[in-house]
Design a binder for this molecule. Structure first.
Ligand code: NAD
Ligand code: UGA
Length: 455
């Protein structure tokens, strides 16, 4: 069997590497129009930083895993085609700011329709609005197409930073298919691939629309949990409670569970905001304004949390950060990734730059050029210094901001006394991830603040 994956991004690359790793008899071609990205996949400097990924890629690359810019060749030679294309929030026209931009999916579907021959299974891996499979089918079935197609929905649930573990041992694999004999046959083909390493009970099969909607629902529920605990963090700060104690207490209830209850500077990443807004737009389109507003609040709460943090920094620093050096620990949207898409650090840094602060930023994996791009500044801008480590960033700073939950920023893994020594006094520490022991930080001499730490 030949598999082609269109889109060698954060999902396409790791997912296909895992299929190639687990199924050495299947040839997997990953194709992308971005030549630099493909070159990186063919090197030892992968474009995506994921613990354990390089080993898996190196084991399969050149054997049954190939990365190429030959998109057309990939389509022609494949029995099964995964579409791992971007579906960002639309920035123009109808639905701007909430609807998903389906341009990339449509362009690829049209190319498949033009080139494909025989029977092909098309797998929608991207996160898409409900009934996108129907749109893809209409494009594929347009007159003149030389092939027959089955469209499956197979949303991806991996989280960045843990992609390899999530792919190797997923909570579930979800596949939606049409309820026709051909649809069910295509479904079985994909089930058989995953069943090589995923227990059959963890492979859930549904109708197409249920599968598409389940992905949006999962992300909406996860994002909602973070917004809920972040909302409580504001109440904790106002009332003198401690959000970590509250999270531990409620998480013991089996019906609530302990995961995804870390109060933070807000969720980032390319998907939570986009997918919740996508759901909001769908609800509006289905004329369900109350449901739309309910979910929109999840995103509003996230915006509030980011802004609240930046405002707190400003006010604690005597209401001015103009000309002050602020050390930023972490810029990625979460730990163990080099991805900065929608990172809360971007919003907080922008707010502080607006107040004319000078930022000294350190992140173990994010490249300097990416940081300048995200902050909308030219490289060399005097307001931003990219530092080689935490201590360089802290030197002469008035405040340290911890914005990403990298393990190395935990108080047990870092010399915060040294950080304090290097700083201008009074020295402030704003722990946006609750990685440090605040009483220990205060004993060192910091004016230390956490998230949702009332005292
Ligand atoms: P990405 O931007 O990292 O990768 C998409 C790739 O598609 C890019 O490399 C781009 O060059 C390529 N591309 C665009 N148009 C193309 C074309 N016409 N032909 C060939 N290649 C083309 O995106 P991603 O993070 O991998 O996300 C892809 C989809 O998966 C999105 O719908 C996203 O919502 C969903 N998803 C992402 C994650 C995640 O952790 N990032 C997890 C689950 C689901
Ligand atoms: C998320 C989901 O967890 C995946 O299941 C999904 O496949 C993916 O989105 C997607 O569709 O793209 P991801 O965004 O990679 O994965 O990472 P998460 O671990 O979910 O973290 C998202 C953000 O929430 C990060 O900024 C993280 O720091 C933050 N977060 C997470 C919190 O602030 N508190 C928490 O308790 C958990």
């Amino acid at each position: 069997m030949n598999i082609c994956c269109i889109g060698a991004g954060y999902v396409g690359g790791p997912t296909m590497a895992m299929i190639a790793h687990k199924c050495p008899d299947i040839r997997v071609n990953v194709v992308d129009i971005n030549a630099a990205r493909i070159a990186a996949w063919n090197s030892d400097e992968l474009p995506v930083y994921e613990p354990g990924l390089l080993e898996i890629v190196k084991g399969a690359r050149g054997r049954n895993l190939f990365f190429s810019t030959d998109v057309d060749g990939g389509i022609v030679g494949a029995d099964l085609i995964f579409m791992c294309l971007p579906t960002p929030t639309k920035s123009y026209g109808e639905g701007a700011g909430s609807a998903a931009d389906m341009t990339y999916i449509e362009i690829s579907a049209r190319r498949i329709a033009e080139l494909a021959k025989g029977n092909k299974i098309i797998v929608e891996k991207s996160t898409v609005p409900v009934r996108t499979a129907e749109t893809i089918r209409r494009i594929l079935d347009a007159p003149g197409s030389g092939a027959t197609f089955q469209v499956l929905s197979n949303p991806e649930f991996l989280a960045e930073g843990t992609a390899v573990a999530d792919l190797e041992n997923p909570d579930r694999v979800l596949i939606g298919a049409e309820q026709t004999p051909e649809g069910q046959k295509a479904l079985q083909t994909l089930v058989d691939i995953y069943a090589r390493w995923v227990p059959r009970d963890n492979i859930i099969t549904t109708r197409l629309w249920s599968s598409e909607l389940s992905k949006l629902t999962a992300n909406a529920f996860l994002a909602q949990r973070i917004s809920s605990i972040n909302a409580m963090s504001a109440v904790c700060e106002a009332s003198g409670a401690d959000v970590q104690e509250v999270a531990r207490a409620i998480g013991k209830d089996k019906r609530i569970g302990p995961y995804f209850l870390h109060a933070s500077v807000g969720f980032g990443g390319s998907c939570f905001q986009k997918d919740v807004l996508n759901l909001v737009y769908l609800c509006e389109a289905f004329n369900l304004p109350e449901v739309a507003e309910y979910w929109r609040q999840v995103v509003k709460m996230n915006d509030y949390q980011r802004r609240r943090f930046a405002r707190k920094v400003l006010h604690k620093l005597f209401s001015t950060v103009s000309g002050k050096r602020i050390a930023v620990f972490g810029f990625a949207f979460k730990r163990d990734t080099n991805d900065t898409r929608e990172s809360s650090a971007i919003y907080i840094c922008r707010d502080l730059l607006e107040e004319r602060a000078k930022l000294a930023i350190y992140d173990p994996k994010v490249e300097a050029a990416q940081i300048f791009k995200d902050l909308g500044r030219k490289e060399g801008d005097a307001s931003i210094e990219i530092c080689a480590d935490q201590y360089e960033a802290a030197a002469n700073a008035d405040a340290v901001l911890i914005l990403t939950e990298w393990e190395q920023f935990r108080s047990k893994n870092m010399d915060y006394a040294k950080v304090y020594e290097l700083m201008r006094k009074p020295a402030f520490l704003f722990d946006g991830r609750n990685l440090t022991d605040l009483s220990q930080m205060r004993a060192i001499g910091f004016n230390a603040e956490g998230i949702g730490k009332g005292l």
